[in-house]
Ligand binder design. Structure first.
Ligand code: CUA
Length: 422
């Protein structure tokens, strides 16, 4: 090889090494930039100002007990996490391959190994003691004052209040979507399910508890102040699991008594000849197959009794007797209130909240678009295994509400009728 060729080969070799080093550096830069962007995005997702399901904002004693545990545990875990990341990063950088000879190989370091076993064991023991104490404290139910049965099904929650004279409940109350409780009262939820496993979770009031078919699980909740607290089903339960929400509504004792009295009011039929009266007929023809309205009579004067067990896989459909006293429907995913009226309720101070909530849904505040879309074709706005012929496992029964094929004129009548369900 001539000298010039050798020099040329060396130069091109140096150039390609430089290119490779450049590529490695720019790849490292890209990786670092990507990592920073990801970390930034992850941090920013924690910055919501309007986050009603924030687990760091307890609004009642049970959630506070959890918060008192999770804060120190989170701090300890955070410190350990940072120390580990820094130590690993330092070791990677300090002992990276720089072409140095392989160091002397050792095996085992009893002092280090025992230390690094004992320290985590001690940390976990301390955390374990406080966790057990918290779990036992949360599982206490002998101090509860009001009982509400909570039943999950695809994809909504039913609440029934057994007779409890001390709260003015002289006949069972059945409602859905929004759990109404008195603030400052320890409430015992007795949870079960009619189909698959669901899980009940209002983060501001307590941790989650699974609702399991054939079992009753208890959960104690209490809200410090009147207000509305959001939650959602937290156990995957089929197609509309993500559309199975709930809200807990806490009222002052006086407002709760008003709510209870309202729920027990006798049925008042719409005035003869009104659009709402025509809607009552449509309801009797179409809806009463699954939905109960307490006190509703058929044309022949006999009580109209719903038979959801014949039509729906879970055997239940929401009781609509006082639909317009709640302000969401269909698993609490659609608002019965227009955005402005909803904001009046959700944005209310605890002093104003009760009055605004008890106002219910007026004709001016009714979010007609959502209600009409639901009546027009429910499975189009909430996935619900719409085709029962494909449901061999359910014997052709619906899960959720089917498309009833109602005419627009029937929908007009039904909206007018439902608006009278105050
Ligand atoms: Cu019910 Cu998820």
């Amino acid at each position: 090889m001539s000298r010039t060729r050798l020099v040329g080969a060396a130069a091109s070799c140096v150039a390609s090494v430089a290119r490779v080093m450049g590529a490695v550096r720019s790849r490292a830069r890209r990786a670092a930039t990507g990592g920073l962007v990801l970390a930034g995005a992850a941090a920013l997702t924690g910055c919501a100002t309007d986050a009603p399901q924030d687990t760091w904002q307890p609004k009642g004693p049970n959630a506070k007990i959890i918060d008192d545990l999770q804060k120190p545990v989170f701090a300890v875990a955070g410190i350990v996490g940072v120390l580990v990341v820094v130590a690993v990063g330092w070791a990677i950088w300090r002992y990276r391959d720089r072409g140095q000879p392989i160091p002397a190989q050792t095996h085992g370091n009893p002092v280090l190994e025992i230390t690094l076993t004992v320290i985590p064991a001690l940390i976990l023991t301390v955390i374990g003691i406080f966790t057990f104490r918290t779990v036992l404290e949360l599982s206490k139910t002998d101090d509860t004052e009001l009982i509400i049965n909570v039943t999950g099904q695809q994809w909504w929650w039913e609440y029934d209040y057994p007779v409890q004279e001390e709260f003015g409940i002289t006949q069972p109350i059945i409602t859905s979507g929004q759990l109404v409780i008195p603030a400052g009262t320890k409430v015992l939820l007795r949870e079960t399910s009619r189909d698959v496993i669901h899980s009940y979770w209002i983060p501001a009031l307590n941790g989650k508890r699974d609702a399991v078919p054939g079992r009753v699980h208890t959960l104690r909740i209490e809200a410090d102040e009147p207000g509305i607290y959001a939650g959602q089903c937290t156990e995957f339960c089929g197609l509309s699991h993500a559309n199975m929400r709930m809200e807990a509504v806490a009222l002052s004792d006086a407002d709760f008594a008003t709510w209870v009295a309202n729920q027990q009011e006798a049925y008042v039929a719409p005035a003869a000849g009104s659009l709402a009266k025509a809607g009552e007929d449509v309801f009797l023809n179409q809806c009463v197959r699954c939905h109960q309205v307490n006190g509703l009579l058929r044309a022949d004067g006999t009580p109209a009794i719903a038979a959801p067990d014949e039509n729906v896989w879970s055997g239940a459909a929401p009781n609509l007797t006082h639909l317009m006293t709640r302000n969401t429907f269909a698993g609490a995913i659609f608002d019965l209130l227009t955005p402005e009226c909803r904001q009046r309720v959700w944005g209310a101070s605890s002093a104003d909240f009760g009055e605004r909530y008890l106002a219910g849904v007026s004709a001016e505040c009714l979010n007609e678009n959502a209600l009409r879309a639901w009546l027009r074709n429910a499975p189009a706005v909430k996935p619900m295994y719409a085709n029962p012929t494909q449901l061999t496992a359910t014997g052709g029964k619906y899960r959720g509400m089917p498309n009833l094929g109602l005419s627009e004129s029937d929908i007009d009548k039904l909206v007018a009728y439902l608006l009278t369900r105050q």
